[in-house]
Design a binder for this molecule. Sequence first.
Ligand code: GTP
Ligand code: ZN
Length: 363
Amino acid sequence: MRFAPDIIERLARARADLRMGVPIVLTYGPAAALVFAAETLDAKRFLDLRALDGELSLTITSRRAETLKARAYDADIARIALPSDADLKWVQGVADPADDLNSPMKGPLRTLRDGSADLHRAAIKMVKSARLLPAVLVLPLQEAGQFALDHGLTVIPVDLASPHLKATSPMHPVVHARLPMEAAEAGRLHIFRPEDGGEEHYAIEIGRPPRDAPVLARLHSACFTGDVLGSLKCDCGPQLRGALNQMGTLGHGVLLYLNQEGRGIGLANKMRAYSLQDQGFDTVEANHRLGFEDDERDFKIGAKILKEMGFSSVRLLTNNPKKIAMMEKSGVKVVERVPLKVGENTHNSDYLATKAAKSGHFL
Ligand SMILES: Nc1nc2c(ncn2[C@@H]2O[C@H](COP(=O)(O)OP(=O)(O)OP(=O)(O)O)[C@@H](O)[C@H]2O)c(=O)[nH]1
Ligand SMILES: [Zn+2]
């Protein structure tokens, strides 16, 4: 009998811990560290953390470090030595750009350059996958095993975890049922569940497309504001309905509804980005100021689901060349790109222009 969680299950637990403000322990060979997500750390735990010995660092991505004018010696991340007088408000000010313009002085920031950054890099990956701000407090630990046991903390060995932090989780069909829709009466909704405890994704199959021919397909990323609320800041709502209508007219197609809200940063972070856009930054700059890349989505998920459904080639409805490249790389042939230009308005024209200029979208 073996009921203990395996590494994938422990990673899911660790993500939930971080979201609730509970620290985790990361180990890598003989090295170990106590890790808190800066966003969810509370005052009480921060005081207790301060009382422990060791060099406490606030690790951020090099994207965020650039905005804060901090040197990033570890390529994609920067380990900021926590000043002795730094309080929780200071930590959150480094993590969250909301007040950058009101109170720009966070530094001068001293970043660490000696020692290994492996644990810190893994910690950033974990908070990103927990859809939190990419900033972590990291304290090296000596007796990590005992410490974790004493405090009931989840322990993640980074060497075991890293292949899973990189890979796209296998996706399993859960259930499907008939769903007549305005765009097509012959609709069917399929639910797919990843093995890693992450978000479920959906496939909307219209008609019964033959599996041995290219299918009209769309990879749509969740956009609560556009899809549900009819936001005018983006073109997602009209693209969603436009794609379904084209498939309905043709009589068959597959729309994948991928729960990668805000280009993979989650709705809370997307709203942080919107707030920065209200301060004058464009969609790409806002992501960078938050510490994210322009696009944190994993399009391999889409290819996995299509293959699972039996499709191997598509006519892809998109203006995004990266989706095409990723499908091809993942073994789904894109025989044709079908442009999807709908829903431009006065509120989103700058947003669409930025995507064309900075993210390489087809005009
Ligand atoms: N971070 C962030 N995400 C946004 C913003 N505006 C829209 N989104 C998200 O961007 C995604 C839009 O995805 P898609 O409809 O696949 O658009 P796309 O990558 O431009 O590709 P195509 O529409 O296929 O050309 C959704 O997840 C939205 O929630 C924004 O300003 N910031
Ligand atoms: Zn949108």
